[in-house]
Design a protein around this ligand. Structure first.
Ligand code: ATP
Length: 357
């Protein structure tokens, strides 16, 4: 038995987690350490990310996590950002593969978006419009560099470091090599942000010379967005800084059937957290409407990560067969007949696992 931390989360989290747990339990071999985070934990412990959740992940090394909401204006920190910081999960990896039977404008999509998870505009270096700090910054920029910021501006700072870029681009190349992927595309905007994206591009180009067995190209991120919407099969592994990665990974999810089927993982040197790309979707929570497939595919990646590749493959095959048959499908996948519920998808995936040992 391997112990894995299970964080069901809130919103649709508990439903998609219960469905996924049933599928993984049908394979056997996993013991769950269930931990509450998010709205449930605020009510119980007064903290959306209680220390014992982190302690559990530090002990097991790996978590399967549902979506967790940070209530707007609650004064609480974002659980997702806090988890990434506390566990140093520097890489967000989102495989976007089109499965047979899933409605899409394309026939063949198999992309992996690798997103830097720790810096960029997400660092939280923010200057509020009208604040004293911003008045000082404006004065400094005017005095030192002659820049005149409009007095009614707000400012967010975008740091990109050589060290964080090296870590994530190296990860992308190693991933490409390990999975026999044909190329790594690095997205940037170095023509405009010469010193932040400039570091990103230059560091990436230097690293590429060490991975000549893997193809490499650097593309401006706006052009990359256009190419992804036009001919997604021309790309393979895409590596991006935090903000571009956030946007492009949702675009890529849209190419392969939407958020309901897009798995994700956050990886660090010591810990890994597997979670669907989607949020807590409060509009459909508690109604047995959510698609659990994104979380099931995240669980398949988790099983491979802990050395249970055969189980991971078996789970993915079961999910793929349910999608291909088209009979049991939640509303987001535009079914022909009446939509299936979350628990119907779990029933179908468990049956497919049992049918194909
Ligand atoms: P967040 O800010 O946390 O990303 P959000 O509500 O803005 O949350 P999501 O929760 O990711 O965004 O989803 C947006 C919409 O997509 C949801 O409101 C829901 O209608 C749909 N959706 C998301 N996930 C699923 C799912 N697993 N199954 C079905 N529909 C989903």
């Amino acid at each position: 038995m391997t112990t894995v931390t299970l964080v069901p989360g809130d919103g649709i989290g508990p439903e998609v987690s219960a469905a996924t747990r049933r599928a993984v339990d049908a394979l056997g071999g996993i013991e769950w350490d269930v931990q509450e985070a998010g709205v449930v934990a605020i009510e119980k412990f007064g903290d959306p990310l209680p220390k014992h959740v982190l302690d559990s992940i530090r002990t097991t090394g790996v978590a399967l996590k549902g979506p967790v909401t940070t209530p707007v204006g609650s004064g609480f920190r974002s659980v997702n950002v806090a988890l990434r910081r506390e566990l140093d999960l520097f890489a967000s990896v989102r495989p976007c593969r089109l499965y047979e039977g899933v409605p899409s404008a394309f026939d063949d999509v198999d992309l992996v978006v690798v997103r830097e998870n720790t810096e960029d505009l997400y660092e939280g270096i923010e200057f509020e419009v009208g604040s004293r700090e911003l008045a000082k910054l404006r004065g400094y920029l005017k005095y030192m560099h002659g820049y005149a910021l409009a007095p009614d501006s707000g400012v967010s700072v975008k740091p990109l470091s050589v060290s964080a870029t090296t870590a994530i681009v190296t990860y992308a190349f190693e991933y490409a090599r390990r999975h026999r992927r044909r190329k790594v595309t690095l997205g940037h905007k170095a023509n405009i942000m010469k010193f932040s994206d400039g570091v990103w591009l230059q560091t990436g180009e230097e690293l590429a010379t060490r991975y000549r067995d893997v193809g490499f190209e650097a593309t401006q991120v706006d052009e990359l967005a256009m190419w992804l919407a036009w001919a997604p099969d021309e790309h393979d592994v895409i590596v991006l800084p935090n903000l571009y990665g956030d946007i492009i990974s949702d675009l890529a999810a849209g190419l392969v059937g939407g958020l309901g089927v897009a798995p994700g993982m956050n990886l660090g040197r010591d810990y890994a957290v597997f979670e669907p790309t989607h949020g807590s979707a409060p509009d459909i929570a508690g109604r047995n409407l959510a698609n659990p497939i994104a979380m099931m595919l995240s669980a398949a990646a988790m099983l491979r990560h802990i050395g249970r590749a055969a189980d991971g493959d078996r789970l993915e095959r079961a999910v793929a067969s349910v999608l291909a048959s088209g009979e049991v499908r939640t509303a987001d996948l535009r079914p022909h007949g009446s939509p299936a519920g979350t628990s119907d998808v779990a029933d179908a995936v468990v049956a497919a696992i049992e049918d194909a040992p």
